[in-house]
Write a protein that binds this ligand. Sequence first.
Ligand SMILES: Nc1ncnc2c1ncn2[C@@H]1O[C@H](COP(=O)(O)OP(=O)(O)OP(=O)(O)O)[C@@H](O)[C@H]1O
Ligand SMILES: [Mg+2]
Length: 503
Amino acid sequence: MRGIIKEFSGVRALDGVDLALSAGQVLSLCGENGSGKSTLMKVLSGIYPSGEYQGEIWLDGALYQVNNIKQAEQAGIAIIHQELALIKELTILENLFLGDEISQFGVLNHAAMYSRAEQMLARVGLTISPDTPLVELGVGQQQLVEIAKALAKNARILILDEPTSSLTESETDVLLAIVEQLKEQGVSCVYISHKLNEVLAISDVVCVIRDGLHIGTREAQGLTQDDIITMMVGRELTELFPYEEHDIGDTVLSVAHASAWHGSNRHIKLVDDVSFELRAGEILGVSGLVGAGRTELMQCLFGSYPSRYELELTLDGQPLVIKSPSDALTKGIAMVPEDRKRHGIVPVMSVGSNITLAGLASFGNWLGQLNEAKEHAAIDEAIARLRVKTASADLAIRSLSGGNQQKAILAKCLLLNPKILILDEPTRGIDVGAKYEIYKLMFELVKQGVAIIMVSSELPEVLGISDRVLVMHEGKLKGNLINDNLTQEQVMECALRSTTEKQ
Ligand SMILES: Nc1ncnc2c1ncn2[C@@H]1O[C@H](COP(=O)(O)OP(=O)(O)OP(=O)(O)O)[C@@H](O)[C@H]1O
Ligand SMILES: [Mg+2]
């Protein structure tokens, strides 16, 4: 790719980027949120057709010009998107074969597709029936289905845009092994991830872009995470977790006997009799593997769990009943959900409207009329406070980079001035610099007495900023540990203990 320039209504997302990829090479593309990684890959994969960008792409010595994704796939280039792109209403099989159905004499051949689908799923280590509706899958599993779909296209260049952000460690290992295999077969990969340990483990070369400019391409051999971070942010970042002292007050919320049942199988308990307390000014980390029931537990607290659940809540010593998310919001409980595309944003609405959506009531006067000036001021302040990178508050939120959408959702919750803030994987897909800013913001909030529950699959993050850590495993609460220099081993031992207990 030579001198690629891509503008969106006058704003340059890419400003003359060069990129070279050899056969069988794994290249990691690194850069902060909004630096242009996904845009560059959308140019390569035909999402932005030839003519919508400037610069040239050469593939095997010939000028490469495609008009759509289909043509790019025919040329051997396939992309796995950052945001899940599967259709929730369909089954796994229907998603896998969408547009490429196998039919015989004009009749869909379900049996043929079924066995093919099983092979495709096996390749990514999934052993569920292809007829399972997609809604029943967790985010990580959905991502694996998407990866299976892309692999089946037999691409020569496979682009993975943050493929592991929702995967468990073992799912990630499966994926990394697949990339290794592909590489041996001569397939090249462009790998985008904010997890720099993964980047170093898998790549041959690392290419860093910043603000749409190519900063440098280096051999991965001998490179350190600090080297990459310095190239990404343009300065050295010495500490990753800005822990600040803060006072912890009395119990604000107590949760007793929380249980939640599986949507279609009433006998499976996804949350199993969990009880804990949350104190004012406290950051409570919730750790565990994906599938431990953490998200479901949070949904119960917020009134958004879609199936049967029960629990007893007490807020400031008074019994509390939460009927719905809007009910939770009026009672001072806000949540940033895990799956932002499904629960977090309204993609076609503007960044500004998304931010003020939940808090609209507070911008009205006593006649119920909206005070637009007040609303705009609040939006501008929120955008500045979280440094959401957007050319204007009026842009559709779906045009923001993944990480910046996440920051906008956080901004939305903060506008509500919640007493209790639930964050489910708040830094997923967020670059190191912006993570730092989010942690700082969390400390600012707890200093004001807000209580924060943070679900996170990244143990260093949980240990780096939590006051206390809940360890969940298979729906049960296995540990409630004060974070007094807690180690990863101690937390993992807690999970391990639970497995041995089970045997
Ligand atoms: N369709 C669009 N309309 C307007 N602006 C856009 C559009 N798509 C991307 N942008 C802007 O281009 C810039 C680069 O975005 P891009 O999605 O490529 O970032 P990224 O490096 O992938 O970030 P992240 O790590 O957050 O995923 C951002 O400022 C983004 O807001
Ligand atoms: Mg991106």
